[in-house]
Design a protein around this ligand. Structure first.
Ligand code: AMP
Length: 231
């Protein structure tokens, strides 16, 4: 792994478990976990120009425009040419996928296909801490104190976009914009789709896919120092 860079993207609708799967990949294989949502929140906290602009869209439960997202993310990826990473939350649109393609080459794209009923059920119980993006599920992963973030102790909120009335439209919108992205990666021969209702049951398949792609990282702990946090 020391002389082999590995890059993966995880695609999936809201509630599909992309964040959880990406974190497991990062931990198991010693890759950096990059999340576009985290980049956006960092920029909002730092009041950068892009962050201020992005916030006006997030406040309206809209996707941040492609040009803002690519300006935020691609320079960061360009700084990481010597690092292996797994990226979640980006690309969400074909324009973003094309821009990413111009910046770096990907080894694997994982697409999570989760049944609609499962997504609805997960999002119904999802509460978040807006400032950090920490996500809780009131059924499976509740906070220590009801309604409060474990670390900051600030109140959790349910995003309007996660509420049942907004969900179906949001999932349909996701499908429409994700389809050309998925088609692009399929045509490149790097798309791997996984279906199921439980992250824990999907994980072994993803684990063996990546182990097969980078067998030399088996025993991830040996590689971790090579992928220490950027900056
Ligand atoms: P997330 O934590 O992935 O749910 O991202 C939080 C919010 O940031 C999303 O609801 C979007 O408004 C915005 N965002 C994150 N990634 C992207 C992206 N690739 N394209 C557009 N907007 C994004």
């Amino acid at each position: 792994m020391a002389n082999r860079i590995f890059r993966a993207v995880v695609l999936g609708p809201p509630g599909s478990g992309k964040g959880t799967i990406s974190a497991r990949i990062a931990q198991s294989f010693g890759l950096q976990h990059l999340s576009s949502g985290d980049f956006v929140r960092e920029n909002i906290s730092a009041s950068t120009e892009a962050g201020i602009l992005a916030k006006t869209y997030i406040d309206k439960d809209l996707l941040v425009p492609d040009c803002v997202m690519t300006c935020l993310l691609l320079p960061r990826l360009e700084q990481m040419t010597r690092h292996s990473w797994v990226l979640d939350g980006f690309p969400r649109t074909l324009a973003q996928a094309t821009a990413l393609n111009d910046t770096c080459s990907l080894d694997v794209v994982i697409s999570l296909n989760i049944p609609l009923e499962t997504l609805k059920e997960r999002l119904r119980h999802r509460w978040i801490h807006p400032a950090s993006g920490r996500v809780y599920n009131m059924e499976f992963n509740p906070p220590q104190v009801h309604g409060m973030d474990d670390i900051s102790r600030e109140p959790l909120v349910q995003r309007d976009e996660d509420k049942p009335e907004a969900l179906v439209a949001r999932l349909r919108h996701y499908k429409d914009i994700a389809k050309p992205v998925i088609d692009l990666y399929r045509s490149k021969g790097i798309l791997h789709s996984f279906s199921g209702t439980e992250t824990n049951k999907i994980w072994p398949y993803i684990n063996s896919l990546i182990t097969g792609k980078i067998p030399e990282v088996q025993g991830a702990s040996q590689t971790l120092p090579l992928h220490s946090q950027e900056q």
